[in-house]
Ligand binder design. Structure first.
Ligand code: AMP
Length: 280
């Protein structure tokens, strides 16, 4: 497994692989890798000749008051995890390698990015779309792997690839959870022992929503019951709980067709997200 920091080194390697007619799978990450990331890498390993993992804490997707500086980093641990899955190349650039001083080109999206996380994080998806486009241009993968954990992000990337005719297959992978249900996240490391227990309110409420949605099609009723449940946890503060169309991310009144119920909840200072897909 190679670890490289420059775009040029990635391009050289990719050129060699393409000459040999090999397929490439890309897993974009911000590092501090866990089982959720591993599941994406394993899916990539299965279906591609070569697997590239990018590890880049992308400054452009963090707002000025967000956790860019504190975001956890551990390259040695990440490299060992990648090696274990049989990753071929880690791309680990410094911010200066990705963004020159006079960088001024962005990939932006209206609609899908405006609700849910986009309300609290108004510049987030512009940063995501821009960095993912750059990674696609650098690695030129056949397939790219994203987690349903970031459900809105997955929908946004799918739409960007469709709208901008990017010749890349986007593969969505299911949410990987801790044994007690908490969705795995690099940000879980911020939680104190007490907060870690309180954080279970997210997955428990997702399970409640799934159960209610089996018989109740009125989205507002399901969402209200979920909010009420979250409010039973004193350490939790709701950012949003919403039912949306799974493709457009538009709010829905009725849980018909393919929907997503998504939430962001602060546990102390840590903002956690979770969601579930509802198929009716
Ligand atoms: P991140 O490093 O948080 O930017 O995540 C990189 C990729 O891993 C994204 O596509 C995430 O959706 C995905 N991912 C993160 N956590 C999980 C999880 N618990 N289950 C599945 N995928 C995940």
């Amino acid at each position: 497994m190679k670890i490289v920091e420059t775009i040029e080194e990635v391009r050289e390697q990719v050129k060699e692989w393409k000459k040999q007619g090999l397929s490439i799978g890309l897993v974009p990450t911000m590092g501090y890798l866990h089982e959720g990331h591993r599941s994406l890498m394993e899916a990539a390993r299965k279906n591609n000749d070569k697997v590239v993992v990018s590890i880049f804490v992308n400054p452009m997707q963090f707002g000025p008051t967000e956790d860019l500086a504190e975001y956890p980093r551990d390259l040695d641990h990440d490299a060992a995890l990648c090696e274990g899955v049989g990753v071929d190349l880690i791309f680990h650039p410094e911010p200066e390698e990705m963004y020159m001083d006079d960088f001024c080109s962005f990939v932006d999206m209206t609609g899908l990015t405006e609700g849910l996380c986009g309300k609290t994080r108004p510049i987030h998806f512009r940063g995501v779309c821009t960095v993912v486009t750059k990674l696609f241009n650098i690695v030129t993968p056949d397939n790219a792997y994203f987690g349903q954990k970031d459900g809105q992000q997955l929908a946004v990337i799918r739409r960007m690839v469709r709208d901008l005719n990017m010749d890349i297959e986007i593969v969505g992978c299911p949410i990987i959870r801790e044994e007690d249900g908490l969705a795995k996240s690099s940000r879980n490391t911020y939680l104190s022992g007490e907060e870690r227990k309180a954080a279970l309110i997210l997955s428990k409420t997702i399970a409640l929503g799934e159960e209610l949605a089996k018989t109740e099609k009125d989205a507002a009723k399901v969402v209200a019951a979920m909010k009420e449940n979250i409010e039973t946890e004193p350490m939790a503060k709701i950012d949003y709980v919403e039912a949306v169309d799974a493709l457009s991310m538009e709010p829905v009144e009725t849980l018909d067709g393919d929907c997503m119920i998504a939430m962001a909840v602060y546990i102390g200072k840590t903002r956690l997200i979770d969601n579930t897909l509802i198929h009716n």
